[in-house]
Design a protein around this ligand. Structure first.
Ligand code: ADP
Length: 386
């Protein structure tokens, strides 16, 4: 049996999956190593079991070899024939899945200033995987790639041109998720998939994307994945004047501001309680309710912005942890959008049905699966190199 191996590296974790190497890859095992750099822990989920194991000290450099060692018994003599990496930033150069060579990795290193919180960890994992699998095809899949080709208005900031030329642009993120959801729409609802879609990926990170004829034309995240919607702990759209105030009046350093906007804001900052939507829904406190209302209001606002860039909307799609599971958020988002032709069927919404719309715009819940997009890219690259 041959397998594809996908790796998704965060600042303190590496998530992995093993897929059976079929034309449409089939999930075999998934898991993660978390708490990297501290006393790390391994979680493995297969069809028959859930395993949790304490690992001791593991960091990004040796996580891949530790994972592989632990997965060896599951492979039953089979081998890994392709490795796919989720990479946050592809800059302007990488707009499709790309075979990773030492020269490509060098180019990716040059993008570190554009994504200093994420890119270094991805690169550490790529280097480690190249050592562990020296003869296996490695493929980079970029969160920015699905958004490549946006028009100038959706790509630029109105700051001096020289910054645009050096790469200060609205790249957009969560592309693997939007790519998967678009492909699912194509598979399940081809009659609308080629129309004008507004997709809301609402997980711990949250963003929206306007898709026309299967291609992204606008996104709420931009230069960084902190722009756009409020998220679990990220602030979303923020007047740059607030940043100046924090620097000049509050004397906060860049590191302190980073902490405020990435880790202390969003649902957590507004509620002073939790970044987790489920907990906020259960809380019922005034701050928790205000945080949820603010979150839903910002999504509604962006539905308007995305619809304007699409010149109309044929379908609204909810996805990721909150989008797939929170009937309340979907209701609060949709209830004031009747003027747009957006309405939901209460019963179907409460049942998390696939299609929940009750107006002229169709409304869907489509579970996302970023790993599947990576595994498909690996399958494509492996078949090319055979
Ligand atoms: P990540 O971006 O880390 O992959 P997820 O897509 O898993 O995150 O989304 C996590 C969010 O989804 C959390 O805020 C969590 O509370 C929320 N969520 C998951 N299940 C539910 C539920 N049944 N009701 C409301 N929110 C939920």
């Amino acid at each position: 049996m041959s397998f594809y191996f996908t790796l998704n590296t965060g600042s303190s974790s590496v998530k992995f999956t093993l897929y059976k190497a079929l034309e449409e890859p089939e999930l075999f095992i998934s898991g993660m190593v978390e708490r990297l750099g501290l006393s790390a822990r391994l979680r493995v989920r297969s069809q028959s079991e859930n395993v949790v194991q304490e690992l001791g000290k593991v960091d990004h450099d040796n996580a891949v070899s530790v994972i592989l060692e632990k997965l060896e018994p599951y492979l039953q003599g089979g081998s890994v024939v392709g490795v796919g990496h989720r990479i946050v930033h592809g800059g302007n150069a990488f707009y499709r899945p790309t075979k990773l060579t030492p020269a490509v990795v060098e180019e990716l290193e040059k993008l570190i200033p554009l994504a200093p919180l994420h890119q270094p960890f991805s690169i550490a994992t790529i280097r480690a995987a190249m050592q562990v699998f020296p003869d296996v095809v490695q493929v980079g899949c970029f969160d920015t790639a699905f958004h490549a080709g946006h028009t100038f208005c959706n790509d630029a900031f109105a700051i001096p041109r020289r910054f645009y030329e050096e790469g200060v642009r609205r790249y957009g993120f969560h592309g693997l998720s939007f790519d998967f959801i678009s492909s699912e729409m194509q598979r399940l609802f081809p009659e609308v998939a080629n129309g004008r879609l507004v997709i809301a990926h609402l997980g711990n990170g949250a963003s929206m994307c306007a898709v026309r004829e299967g291609r992204s034309i606008n996104a709420t995240t931009s230069f960084s994945a902190v722009d756009g919607l409020p998220m679990g702990t990220r602030c979303g759209r923020l007047d740059p004047g607030v940043m100046l105030y924090l620097m000049q009046e509050k004397q906060l350093s860049a590191k302190e501001i980073e902490n405020v906007i990435y880790r202390e804001s969003g649902l957590l900052g507004l509620s002073e309680e939790s970044a987790d939507m489920r907990e906020l829904e259960q809380s019922g406190s005034t701050f928790a309710n205000e945080a949820i209302e603010y979150y839903c209001y910002q999504i509604r606002r962006e539905v308007g912005a995305m619809a304007a860039s699409l010149e109309g909307v044929d379908a609204l799609v909810f996805s990721a942890g909150v989008g797939e599971n929170s009937a309340r958020v979907r209701r609060q988002v949709c209830e004031a959008l009747g003027f747009f032709g957006i309405a939901i069927d209460e019963e179907k919404n409460n049942a998390n049905a696939v299609e929940i719309g009750a107006g002229s715009v169709r409304v869907f819940i489509i579970p996302t699966n970023e790993e599947q997009v990576i595994a498909r890219a690996v399958a494509g690259m492996v078949s090319l190199s055979q």
